[in-house]
Design a protein around this ligand. Structure first.
Ligand code: SF4
Length: 333
């Protein structure tokens, strides 16, 4: 009983860590793979792989995920999370690595019945079929509730060491974590921005207007307030010094507006849909500025998209009064 080499999907969550340990106990030599995008980071997986002592391959999954958000064959979960298709595609990518690098199987920490929509028996079957890994995909935590896979049938993985965990109760996983000495793991639900309703609103708005093909605009969804003006112009408005500093450096993806004579937010506008919007966004910047003690009007510097060496820069001065309530109805998140 040895010689089986497995590649396990590792998110860093407890179940994915347990999957590695259970398969090692069943005689397999394990490595891990994780996927990263602007929607979820690989930090927890990197930490878990180091703690487990297994080699980790990190795959940039952004293009795959964006294509699925634009067109999810099995639809979305509670927000903009195309979980069934996302999971299927990750397993397919892992299968490609399996074929390239001579692994015997791919494994995951899925538990049957844990998530009503994406981890019921039918969904697990859909994922296995869609991934093209039929017979080579092991879910060690629920394996005894599923048909034996090829490595189990061939005796490369000891099926008697695999488990029959079912449902949402976490007691057995917690006990197993103690048995394996796994002490650090993030909460099962956290980590993926696509499952957050507020984030989903921002993402949908970007998809419907500027589209998702400019990766930097997708990455910037993680910060700042969002507004959509009546003309269709989108505005990304910094909330603090750190965000303002980031937005000031984004002239490659949009026009940047910032106050010059008082503290206040930086605005990034990917595309001005109407000529009057420069003045409107300058007014927004003034309205969100700390200009109470300023005598006279706020001056706002406008740096056009793609400008180099100060070309096309201008300073505009929206007239008082500055009223935030005017802009609040256009705020998305
Ligand atoms: S929670 Fe996010 S990363 Fe996980 S399967 Fe769903 S969409 Fe993919």
């Amino acid at each position: 009983m040895s010689g089986a080499r497995g590649l396990s999907l590792l998110s860093g969550g407890l179940d994915s860590q347990l999957a590695v340990r259970v398969l090692q106990r069943a005689g397999a030599e394990m490595e891990a793979v994780c996927f990263e995008t602007p929607f979820f980071s690989s930090a927890a997986a990197r930490k878990a792989a180091a703690a487990l002592g297994v080699p980790l391959t990190v795959v940039d999954f952004t293009d795959d995920e964006i294509a699925l958000v634009e067109n999810p064959p099995h639809g979305f979960g509670g927000a903009m999370n195309p979980c069934i298709d996302c999971h299927t595609t990750m397993i397919r990518r892992a299968g490609e690595i399996m074929a390239e690098r001579g692994f015997d199987f791919v494994s995951t920490g899925e538990v049957m019945g844990q998530r009503p929509m994406s981890q019921n028996k039918q969904a697990l079957g859909v994922v296995e079929k869609g991934s093209g890994l039929k017979g080579r995909l092991i879910r060690p935590l629920s394996a005894l509730l599923l048909d034996p896979t090829i490595p189990e049938q061939e005796g490369l993985v000891d099926r008697s060491k695999l488990l029959d965990i079912h449902g949402r109760c976490r007691e057995r996983q917690i006990a197993l974590a103690a048995e394996f000495g796994i002490v650090e793991y993030p909460s099962p639900a956290g980590g993926c921005k696509l499952t957050e309703e507020g984030y989903g609103r921002k993402l949908k708005d970007l998809m419907n207007h500027e589209g998702l093909r400019t990766r930097r605009l997708v990455e910037l969804l993680n910060l700042a307030r969002r507004f959509r003006l009546p003309s269709g112009t989108g505005v990304i408005l910094g909330r603090d010094k750190g965000e303002n500093t980031v937005l000031r450096g984004e002239t490659a993806v949009g026009t940047v507006l910032a106050p010059v004579n008082c503290p206040g937010p930086t605005a990034l506008v990917p595309e001005m849909k109407s000529p009057g919007d420069v003045a409107l966004v300058a007014e927004m910047v003034a309205a969100y500025s700390k200009c109470d003690r300023l005598e006279g009007d706020v001056k706002v510097k406008v740096v056009p998209k793609g400008a180099q060496d100060g070309a096309g820069e201008e300073t505009v001065s929206p007239a008082r009064p500055y009223d935030r309530t005017k802009f609040m109805e256009w705020q998305i998140c």
